[in-house]
Design a protein around this ligand. Structure first.
Ligand SMILES: CCCCCCCCC/C=C/C(=O)SCCNC(=O)CCNC(=O)[C@H](O)C(C)(C)COP(=O)(O)OP(=O)(O)OC[C@H]1O[C@@H](n2cnc3c(N)ncnc32)[C@H](O)[C@@H]1OP(=O)(O)O
Ligand SMILES: NC(=O)C1=CN([C@@H]2O[C@H](COP(=O)(O)OP(=O)(O)OC[C@H]3O[C@@H](n4cnc5c(N)ncnc54)[C@H](OP(=O)(O)O)[C@@H]3O)[C@@H](O)[C@H]2O)C=CC1
Length: 290
């Protein structure tokens, strides 16, 4: 963790993700095909590495070809299987084309982990229509397009599948991210609803809610806000992308085969104790608005 936005890279590096110890057995995802949206970002990247290390072929999805290609190359250097797919999850036609392409390439898809998402910190009262729509479109609509496209093909191929949606902890009145709380609450409700509707199709749907996990995505927050994040939970520290990756794999691997419609919060106990101020702590609450 650093106060300097120009300093070291935030989060775990590829070299660290390649060797980070895991509780999962090698081969736990052998020959599975897993689609990871936001797979070249911080959390998605850890998910991609872990799934590939456990034997999966990972279809890494994002908007930035260069970021995706460099991850795939890093993984190929270690004999791990991954391919890059440039797709904006907010474009339903592109999302459908993505799943058709992955099915055509591999003849199967076994899992979808939705890590693409994000928001910007701002007092809700000042949200512009465009800003609100950007966050809802990305986090609710985009996630839904991915879920539906995956499920339709599992239904059509009579193939089992499972979905893990990365969300945000919605149980707190977290300042400065009301748009994302709205979007993620939608994803959580949606996940619970389709966990029931899609059980006859042998599709499981679960959510993982990270607390403060240091990634490059944190660059939208001020250094002062970031410096306070370790105080958001009783463990008094930030979590790592690998913590979230292992939670996702718990659901995606056979370990999760009797679990659906569930939420796993990976926040160091932040729902029970701690404060998170993405836009600084207002004087009203005893802060100085930094
Ligand atoms: C209990 C404990 C738990 C603890 C829980 C702790 C939670 C806090 C920590 C959470 C951390 C994360 O999730 S971090 C990891 C996630 N990653 C990110 O958030 C990365 C940054 N976010 C994004 O990229 C977002 O996806 C998003 C902003 C929606 C990007 O969408 P777009 O690509 O469409 O973005 P843009 O074109 O740049 O912006 C679209 C419009 O959004 C608005 N907009 C964008 N940035 C803005 C800004 N800084 N301030 C105001 N408005 C802004 C403007 O209206 C923009 O239009 P114009 O006016 O025309 O420009
Ligand atoms: N880090 C944290 O503390 C927390 C994170 N989360 C959530 O976890 C998820 C992952 O976060 P994190 O890894 O930290 O964030 P990052 O910003 O590092 O990664 C998010 C990735 O999503 C991709 N993405 C964003 N929008 C789109 C889009 N429209 N289409 C396709 N890909 C897109 C981006 O790739 P590209 O730019 O190439 O499109 C980016 O690599 C997000 O939903 C985030 O909100 C939740 C709680 C806390």
């Amino acid at each position: 963790m650093t106060d300097d936005t120009t300093a070291a890279k935030l989060g775990l590096t590829d070299a660290e993700l390649a060797v980070h110890p895991t509780v999962f057995a090698s081969g736990a995802l052998k020959d599975r095909v897993v689609v990871v949206s936001g797979g070249a970002g911080g959390i998605g990247r850890a998910i991609a590495w872990l799934c590939a290390r456990l034997g999966a072929h990972v279809a890494v999805v994002g908007r930035n070809q260069t970021k995706l290609d460099s991850l795939v190359a890093e993984m190929a250097d270690r004999d791990l299987k991954a391919s890059a797919y440039v797709t904006d999850i907010r474009e339903p036609d592109a999302v459908n084309a993505l799943f058709d392409t992955v099915w055509a390439a591999h003849g199967r898809v076994d899992g979808l982990i939705n890590s693409a998402g994000g928001q910007f910190p701002q007092a809700a009262i000042d949200f512009s229509v465009k800003g609100w729509n950007a966050v809802i479109n990305t986090n609710l609509n985009g996630t839904w397009y991915m879920m539906q496209a995956a499920a339709q093909r599992w239904r059509d191929h009579k193939h089992p599948g499972n979905i893990v949606n990365i969300v945000v902890v919605t149980t707190h009145g977290l300042h400065g991210i009301a748009h994302t709380i709205a979007a993620r609450s939608g994803v959580i409700g949606l996940s619970r609803a389709v966990a029931v509707e899609w059980a006859p199709l042998n599709i499981r749907v679960n959510c993982v809610a990270p607390g403060v996990i240091e990634t490059e995505g944190w660059n939208v927050y001020s250094p002062a806000a970031r410096a306070a994040y370790p105080r958001s939970n009783p463990m008094m520290r930030n979590g790592t992308t690998f913590d979230v990756a292992e939670a996702c794999v718990y659901f995606a691997a056979p370990s999760g085969k009797f679990v659906t419609g569930e939420m796993l919060t990976v926040d160091g106990g932040g729902q029970l104790w701690g404060e998170t101020w993405t836009t600084g702590k207002p004087a009203y609450f005893g802060g100085d608005d930094t």
